[in-house]
Write a protein that binds this ligand. Structure first.
Ligand code: NAI
Length: 302
């Protein structure tokens, strides 16, 4: 019991300083939430310009949070924003900033080779105790970790968009991940005010493994002529209580992102009919109709 107690103390004391690599949609959100909960954060990206944009995005998101949280006392809101921003610094040189870090979270492009190169390089620069985690949506944690010599201190931390709003974090235990690392990642997720769930290192973990085939099934149902997009969306909202229908969700997630995920799984498991590519989805992507971000996907957007 004593040893367990000491270990729990040391693991919960462990993650105070966090390095987030990638200041895009997800990385900026993770940095914001970590800084808001008292962690010291370094946000890394490839250029100062991108980092300036990330910082601006974080500031305006914090303003929205403060407006709600401190509606009665705007001056407390301003103090909150300043305190959180003080917890964040930025850098374009990951290797030099990981030297004092307890946890590195990758939120860079969804590309195995690029993630392996990143962690391979950081493995040499980071201290022994530093835990590495990836926010990948569709890649295998073990594949990413294989470029390092710290398989026991490597796991998955899968956040959801928008990070400040979404309560869930999937914490992934790869075959090599030690129990201590896994526990530290669970504790860290709770310290962020999130609700962690435990996942194995399997394609899509829990949420995307169920959600992506479901969305593809909706496309196939429509392709067979068994329902209009509009009717399928209404049916799933009113009949299953989903906040968005599958076609609305595909447009929100991005058709290219959805195609990338399903293609990756199909390549690994070609006999699984749930991972089969969809001609309609492929056609829309080829036409550059990627969803909300391009103004058109399954629907037209203003
Ligand atoms: P994003 O494109 O908005 O941001 C990626 C950022 O990483 C960019 O700012 C880019 O300049 C930077 N970057 C790329 N290579 C880098 C490198 N070698 N070093 C430092 N910075 C680098 O992408 P997003 O959407 O934030 O996704 C990031 C990761 O999070 C991906 O692995 C994705 O699968 C995952 N994810 C995405 C979700 C989403 O809803 N968009 C949800 C959950 C996970």
């Amino acid at each position: 019991v004593t040893r367990q107690f000491i270990r729990s103390l040391s693991s919960s004391a462990a993650i105070k300083h966090v390095t987030i690599i990638g200041g895009g949609l997800m990385g900026a959100g993770i940095a914001q939430v970590a800084a808001s909960t008292g962690h010291s954060v370094v946000l890394v990206d490839t250029s100062e310009d991108i980092l300036k944009k990330s910082a601006k995005g974080i500031e305006s998101s914090l303003k929205r949070v403060a407006k709600k949280k401190f509606a009665e006392k705007p001056e407390d809101g301003e103090a909150f924003i300043q305190k959180v921003l003080k917890n964040i610094s930025t850098s374009t040189d990951a290797a030099s900033v990981v030297q004092g870090t307890d946890l590195v979270v990758d939120a860079i492009v969804e590309n195995l080779k690029v993630k392996q190169d990143l962690f391979g390089a950081l493995d040499k620069a980071a201290p022994e105790h530093t835990i590495f985690a990836s926010n990948t949506s569709s890649l295998s944690i073990a594949d990413i970790a294989s470029s390092t010599a710290r398989l026991d201190r490597f796991g998955g931390l899968h956040f959801f968009n928008p990070v400040p709003m979404m309560k869930l974090v999937e914490v992934i235990k790869a075959p090599g991940t030690s129990q201590q690392t896994f526990d530290a990642l669970l504790e860290f997720s709770k310290a962020l005010g999130k609700h962690p769930v435990s996942c194995k290192d399997t394609p899509g973990f829990i949420v995307n493994r169920l959600l992506v085939p479901y969305m593809l099934e909706a496309v196939r149902l429509h392709e067979r002529g068994h329902g209009s997009k509009e009717d399928i969306d209404v049916a799933m909202k009113l009949g299953a209580g989903y906040p968005m229908g599958p076609f609305e969700l595909l447009d929100y997630v991005g058709l290219d992102t959805s195609k990338f995920i399903i293609d990756g799984w199909h390549e690994k498991d070609p006999d699984n009919p749930l991972f089969a590519p969809s001609p309609l989805l492929n056609k829309l992507v080829a036409e550059g109709k990627l969803g909300k971000k391009t103004g058109e996907g399954f629907y037209k957007h203003k």
